[in-house]
Design a binder for this molecule. Sequence first.
Ligand SMILES: [Zn+2]
Length: 362
Amino acid sequence: MRKISHLLLFALLCLAFAPVNPAHAVIDAEPSQTEIDDYRDLISQDVRLAGIGYRLAKANAAYCSQKMQYSGLILHDIAQYADPQFIRHIFPFTQEIEISGVVKDSPADNAGIAAGDGVINFGDNLWQWENHPAPTSWQKGFERLADFKQILRGAFNENAALSFMLQRGVTRQQFLIKSEQVCLSEFEVSSGGNLTAGANGIKIRISMGLMNYAPNDDELSVVVAHEMAHNLLRHRQFLKENGVSDGIGRIFGKSAKLRRGTEEQADRLAIWLIYNAGYDPQSAINFWIRYGKEHGQGIFTEPTHDRWKNRVKFINEEISAIHKMKLDNEKLMDEKGFVKLDPPLLSAFRIENILDDGAQQQ
Ligand SMILES: [Zn+2]
């Protein structure tokens, strides 16, 4: 039953991102309840991922080298859908760009903003609609939304608090979002049933298949934190600078060794990131054992990635190290015995990069 709904959802995603939507190209078909539910499920997974990402990026902000201002707004553009008429049956779209979701307890949530609010403008009319007319294709719809997000990000980095003029139903309302500083990170759910995850330096992508594979947020936080660790330690840049091949060569010799080193670091750092965010580090063991047994040859276990038994060993070592550092910081513990800890891999990375920056300036 679960498999069937995945297939259906995948088919819907293909429809949503296809240039022509054959099912709805001719007549203004109304979506079925299943279609409505599947689109809403997609949005709710977006919100779920952003929520986990926010918790990780906020809890570890003090230890990250690169930071950004975060609002908690999740957006979509009517033009990114192949059949805007069809999609209006599912989402209100009172304006062309709309809040698709709001991360719980984020600045946007605290400001009272809700899913379905249409964006009229923000700041001092920082978004010039006339410079961004209605896109002519769904690809251009994604491009317009990317432009919007870039301008919004820049505005928040200049002014931590920004006003928003939004349309809710037939009324216009003003809201003030006081953004928060978090680790530089973006999150995106990608379509497809495969269990894939990736990090490009800033953005973290988790496939819909993997979102559904992780039964609870504690387990999903393990995968998100692993990818975030790659970004925070700038592994992509490190591998590029060391001439590590992206192609098939990556699984041989020096390339494989360097990649395996970055994978081990990501596994180790992830445990500290999830601990600081209040997730259960033990979930990492549960996740990798389950994943390892079910997908021994999956993407996480190709020769560049350590076998799951090794990963469990690293994780146990890090859990012991966390326990030890907690005892060293006993006086700082709260009433529940919790104290935030500076992950050793991040403190070493900060020192290394300050030294590097200094060396470059000389
Ligand atoms: Zn990895």
